[in-house]
Write a protein that binds this ligand. Structure first.
Ligand SMILES: [Fe+2]
Ligand SMILES: [Fe+2]
Length: 203
């Protein structure tokens, strides 16, 4: 249960973890609430997951690798950017004693995505990528797509991440990144997605 953890307390914890990253945390929280309201999803769970999604972002690499040796050794072969989702979820469970599966899974999958993400996880995944402080290429299309449906939002983001990683990554791309993109492309439909992209371009 998450009853003991208030939004204020979660914000305090996130701020203590990193003052520098706190604007991103606030932006993700704000965007997550917007999406929760639009799609009628449990606002408290979404808020806690959004506020704590980068809980492990600043953990030293060697500490994360040490933890991963026990919790998910397979992950170490991939780009280290994916570590903090899995490690964050583990630390929230073991340090903060959060047991809520929706929150733990949303944090765990916020970097790679997952074909089976529920609406709470989809919102955290989308909010992390599209919050107001983000300025990367294609982010406005991802914001537009997220207003059409959570699935279309996840598709636009997973496509952008997949193509970006293909260009820059020296290490193997995590299979969940690719699986998320392909799953949501099939779910939305290749033709429907083409129409969505064309409509956006002609706006
Ligand atoms: Fe993250
Ligand atoms: Fe983030």
């Amino acid at each position: 249960m998450i009853d003991y953890l208030t939004i204020e307390k979660a914000l305090e914890i996130a701020k203590l973890k990193s003052k520098k990253r706190f604007p991103h945390v606030l932006g993700t929280y704000k965007k997550a609430i917007e999406l929760a309201n639009q799609y009628n999803i449990n606002e408290k769970k979404v808020s806690i997951a959004a506020i704590l999604h980068d809980y492990a972002k600043n953990e030293p690499l060697d500490k994360m690798e040490m933890l991963l040796e026990t919790i998910d050794p397979d992950l170490i072969q991939y780009n280290s950017v994916v570590y903090h989702g899995v490690v964050g979820s583990y630390l929230l469970q073991n340090k903060l004693k959060i047991t809520d599966k929706d929150i733990l899974l949303a944090v765990k999958n916020h970097v790679t995505g997952h074909p089976d993400m529920n609406d709470i996880a989809k919102i955290v995944y989308i909010a992390d990528y599209t919050e107001d402080n983000r300025t990367h290429d294609g982010v406005d299309f991802c914001r537009y797509a997220s207003k059409l449906s959570l699935d279309i939002g996840v598709l636009a983001i997973s496509e952008a991440i997949f193509h970006y990683l293909h260009k820059i990554s020296k290490k193997k791309i995590h299979p969940l990144t690719e699986a998320t993109y392909h799953h949501f492309l099939q779910k939305v439909g290749v033709k429907s997605y083409e129409i969505i992209k064309n409509n956006y371009q002609s706006m």
